[in-house]
Ligand binder design. Structure first.
Ligand code: GCW
Length: 702
């Protein structure tokens, strides 16, 4: 095993499964994976692993009945019914297929189809049965049992499980060659890349395999292996460095994770020597077709391309006077015969805006570019839309693009890497934020949710993983990666319950000095940490106010006079961006009712988004009953007090959990507090100086 932290798959998480007599039934690569997992768990925890229904010979020594006949720790367990070979079993994991199911599994089978990745969990004849139609379904069933822990043997009701979203994908913003400004991983806060270093492929099989395993265990099934900003070295992955991509695909395949590649729209020029990359040019079309055929010759189950075009300097169809449907359809055409998809990003805006120009609103850009194209995209184009209209701020409304494209497959893009939420130096559990986004109903209470709208495309997130021993720099940021996968599988899950799962797996009771204290402390630190972060940073949805460039820490006017289109317009009277139809940029008109009306109205707009939609006087009274400026002071004092409290609580775990985890988190909480104080003082001082309004409670403002 790699020396990386086991994250949510420590050996102790397999105590129950590994203590059972397990029968795995079925054939194929992913069933081999399931069997390997079970064999390994049983070797650690004293159970037995057997396999049937596999037409390929199993590895020697594990084919039939290994381990003691009565597993340790199970003395006195009720006698179990017989498996097909006459040996007792506690647990069957079986794929329905050509070969007959073991008898108890056959009795549990209701014959209803289970979907590509789904499984059925039931209890029959005193044993637990997982049934799937595909090896992938079985793999997800196994990890579900792991999550259940002891509950895996106490299944009371039959339940079918299937993912709500088909593609659950992580985008790695990993560069192959270290970028002079952005480094090895753009917006990466966990060391280098697990795939690439200084221009070469790392090929660390153990690490990448361990990664695939973690992804499968939380439900993720696709990965894009390089940054959406495709520089010269990365562009070559498509042609002469395909072996590097194929290697990653080979290592991730046993865990059901497919590989995607970010490509540059200019590839035909850059790599093919053509004079143009015009999407309507015949030679360009042929070039993409043959390049894509070569990709599939290397990687038969290749997922497809990911493209950032005409955005922040990346080339795109606009360069040839074409639109984004022309661009996306070109690549989709090349991928279609092979079953691949193109994830085409909707993050297109004018990044060289004149701050004096009040008519351009960055929030409007994605809708203005893409809504008119609805219906023109091929079936295998997935329009990948950032969840908010600006850029992964700790608070934004949901992007109006999601409600504007009924004839287009949509994927929602989240940011697990904490670019704007503390950069993995701050503990900030994002599950509750994503859950709000996924449950949001753009047409009001009776309409569909964002998760429904993404069902045909998927949920995508920018990865927070690097070569750091804890994977994510901040050990508690692992919870974000885990929660992303789980919410992509089931957006209806309660994010605090997901956190609880993560705690149980990552800190198994048997491995800590005081399981109840560990659980309670992690909840106390993380449950509300996103709202805490929101309290001490930019207020009421106005966003940014971060240091330009690296985006860490406060700088209230840092972006105010820049070309990036992220302004707050604070003056002596008030603050916020007027995005109304009546007097502002008209952005509110991009929403369907009721939100177009709710956001338009200062009175009805939710407090937490007030400054995103309105420019209001400092004395404007919020629904909460306090004025805007008093709210700013109150939340900033409260946010810091909460971080102090988080830090105090964490200290109680000293000597109770793994000291390396304890120390790393403790260190980061010190930095979080330092930074939160800086945010509080800069924001409060700024607004006090602008408004001249003193704090009603007389606290110290500088
Ligand atoms: O949030 C911004 C980041 C850029 C990133 C861009 C994008 C990959 O600051 O670093 O570029 O979004 O999403 O394309």
């Amino acid at each position: 095993m790699s020396d990386a932290h086991p994250a949510w798959l420590p050996p102790a998480a397999f105590t129950t499964v590994g203590g059972c007599r397990v029968l795995v039934h079925g054939g194929g690569l992913l069933v081999d994976t399931v069997f390997d997992e079970v064999v390994r768990a049983c070797a650690t925890h004293g159970g037995q692993a057997r396999r049937t229904g596999d037409r390929h010979p199993a590895p020697s020594g594990v084919a039939s009945g290994v381990g003691p006949s009565t597993p340790p720790g199970r003395a006195g367990a009720p006698p179990s019914p017989s498996g097909p070979a006459g040996d007792a079993v506690d647990l069957i994991l079986a794929v329905r297929g050509a070969e007959p199911l073991p008898a108890p599994a056959a009795r549990a089978d209701d014959g209803e189809p289970l979907d590509d990745e789904g499984f059925l969990l039931t209890r029959a004849d005193g044993l637990t049965v997982v049934l799937a139609d595909t090896p992938a379904g079985l793999l997800y069933g196994l990890f579900h049992l792991v999550r259940l822990g002891a509950g895996a043997l106490d299944v009371r009701a039959t339940r079918r499980h299937r993912p709500a979203l088909r593609r659950r994908m992580l985008d790695h913003w990993d560069n192959v060659a270290r970028h002079p400004v952005m480094g090895q991983v753009e917006r990466g806060y966990a060391g280098g890349s697990i795939f690439w270093r200084d221009g070469v492929a790392l090929r660390d099989r153990e690490r990448v395999r361990a990664y695939g395993r973690l992804l499968a265990a939380c439900g993720i099934n696709a990965v894009a292996v390089n940054n959406v900003n495709v520089h010269a070295t990365e562009a070559r992955l498509l042609i002469d460095r395909l072996d590097d991509v194929a290697w990653i695909a080979d290592v991730l395949r046993p865990y059901g994770v497919r590989v995607h590649l970010s490509v540059t729209f200019a590839a035909p020029v850059l790599l093919g020597g053509l004079p143009t990359a015009d999407p309507l040019d015949e030679a360009v079309r042929r070039w993409w077709e043959s390049a894509t055929a070569r990709v599939y010759a290397h990687i038969p189950d290749f997922g497809g391309y990911l493209v950032k075009a005409d955005s922040e300097g990346q080339p795109g169809p606009f360069g040839y006077g074409r639109d984004h449907a022309d661009g996306a359809n070109l690549l989709a055409g090349a991928l279609a015969p092979h079953g691949g998809v193109v994830h085409w990003r909707a993050f297109v805006y004018q990044h060289q805006q004149d701050w004096r120009d009040r008519s351009t609103d960055r929030a409007r850009a994605a809708y203005d570019h893409f809504a008119p194209l609805d219906g023109r995209f091929r079936d295998n184009v997935i329009l990948q839309v950032k969840h908010g209209p600006i850029d992964f701020q700790p608070r934004e409304p949901v992007s109006p693009v999601l409600a504007a494209m009924p004839a287009t497959r949509l994927a929602v893009e989240l940011q697990v890497t904490q670019e704007y939420t503390g950069q993995q130096r701050h503990a900030c559990y994002l599950g509750p934020w994503w859950s709000e986004v996924l449950r949001f109903r753009p047409w009001g209470p009776d309409g569909r949710t964002v998760a429904d709208l993404a069902a045909g495309g998927g949920l995508v997130a920018v990865s927070n993983v690097g070569d750091d021993p804890f994977w994510t720099g901040h050990p508690l940021a692992q919870a974000n990666l885990y929660a992303f996968g789980r919410l992509a599988w089931d957006p209806g899950l309660d994010p605090v319950a997901v956190l609880d799962e993560w705690i149980g797996l990552t800190f198994p009771p048997a491995t800590t000095g005081d399981p109840a204290l560990v659980r309670e402390t992690l909840h106390a630190v993380l449950d509300d940490s996103w709202r805490t972060y929101e309290r001490y940073t930019a207020p009421l949805g106005v966003g940014f106010m971060v240091r330009p460039g690296h985006h860490y820490g406060p700088d209230v006017d840092g972006y105010e006079y820049t070309p990036w289109g992220t302004y707050h317009f604070a003056d002596r009277d008030g603050v916020g961006v007027d995005r109304t139809r009546a007097t502002g940029t008209g952005f509110t008109g991009q929403y369907p009712p009721p939100w177009s009306q709710v956001y338009e109205s200062r009175e009805r707009c939710p407090d937490e988004l007030l400054l995103f939609f309105h420019h209001v006087p400092y004395g404007h009274v919020l629904h909460s009953g306090v004025t805007v400026v008093q709210h700013i002071y109150d939340t900033h004092f409260a946010g810091v007090a909460q971080v102090e409290q988080m830090r105090r609580r964490w200290r109680r775990l000293s000597g109770v959990i793994d000291p390396t985890v304890y120390e790393r988190v403790a260190e980061r909480l010190d930095e979080q507090l330092r930074c939160a104080v800086e945010w509080r003082d800069q924001i409060n001082t700024y607004f006090f100086r602008k408004s001249g309004v003193p704090d009603a409670r007389g606290r110290r403002i500088h």
